[in-house]
Design a protein around this ligand. Structure first.
Ligand code: ADP
Ligand code: MG
Length: 279
């Protein structure tokens, strides 16, 4: 995708390209690393939503996290996205321990390094789609004119250049999700976290959104996609299975993907038991 490369080239000239892994003494730091994370929601009795999850996501990966309803996927996404803090264990973003960061710093981290896509789109209905996407840069310290210019580029990536002035209510569900994806991408985040992004779409439209995510992955975007649908997860080069708040399987990264990862540094350390350890 030329537009994607163009967008990235612009970013490279001004600041550290957000998609690149951080190198330190030859070790590639994962974008995200969770170590023995638990989450207990206070209730009576307390809900043990995550029970010791360890997971590393490297730059350039497309990871599908799959599990049935109630298994802890959304909780996991919230912790990965620093929207919530774990009850125990650690979450590191680009090597930084999230627990040590103040709320304001976490908000800044989210605004500049993490893109979110949700099942319900969460668009502002009274604003044009251009402004919906431009607002993705509101807290990133980008001037308004530049916000709009970058929003145009992001909307071009999702093939919505012709609808810049439309309001979300004038768009189909698939188009709205494209807008949400553009908003997630506009800040050139280090990672995009998508929670059931096709959950509100019919099958054909959902497939188109998945193809778009594939294309974005091919152009270098790091994506974690959460789904309850095994058929969707099976499209992903790496699949992590969640059941009852625990990871029960983490497939090896597909060979083609591993080559790319190896080219950028040493092979990632396995954080989960090998398949024979599966329950
Ligand atoms: P999934 O996304 O896989 O459906 P969730 O992470 O949403 O799973 O939920 C995991 C478990 O935690 C479920 O039992 C759910 O009811 C519970 N849960 C989620 N959020 C809360 C909350 N804010 N307070 C109490 N329990 C919650
Ligand atoms: Mg969920």
């Amino acid at each position: 995708m030329t537009a994607a490369n163009g967008t990235r080239a612009t970013a490279t000239s001004t600041h550290r390209p957000s998609g690149l892994a951080i190198r330190d003494a030859g070790i590639v730091t994962p974008v995200l690393q969770l170590d023995n994370v638990t989450k207990v929601y206070p209730a009576s009795p307390p809900v043990h939503a995550l029970r010791g999850v360890s997971l590393a996501v490297h730059s350039g990966e497309l990871v599908g996290i799959v599990g049935p309803s109630g298994s802890g996927k959304t909780t996991l996404l919230h912790l990965m996205g620093t929207l919530d803090r774990p009850s125990s264990g650690s979450v590191r973003f680009a090597g930084l321990d999230v627990a040590a960061m103040a709320d304001a710093d976490l908000a800044a981290l989210r605004a500049t390094r993490i893109g979110f896509v949700f099942q319900q789109f969460f668009l502002a209905e009274h604003q044009t789609i251009l402004d919906n996407v431009a607002d993705g840069l509101l807290y990133a310290g980008v001037r308004q004119a530049d916000r709009r210019a970058r929003a145009r580029e992001a909307l071009d990536l999702v093939d919505l250049s012709s609808r810049l002035r439309a309001r979300p209510t004038q768009l189909s569900g698939g188009q709205r999700q494209r807008v949400a994806i553009a908003r997630a991408l506009v800040g050139q985040p280090a990672i995009v976290l998508a929670d059931e992004p096709t959950g509100n779409l019919d099958q054909g439209t959902g497939q188109a959104i998945l193809s778009l995510l594939d294309q974005l992955h091919d152009s270098g975007v790091t994506i974690v996609l959460i789904t309850h649908d095994r058929r969707i997860a099976e499209r992903m080069p790496r699949q992590v299975e969640v059941l009852d708040g625990q990871i029960t399987a983490d497939t090896p990264t597909a060979p083609a993907q591993r080559e790319i990862l190896n080219a950028s540094g040493p092979a990632p350390q396995a954080t989960q038991p090998p398949p024979e350890g599966m329950s």
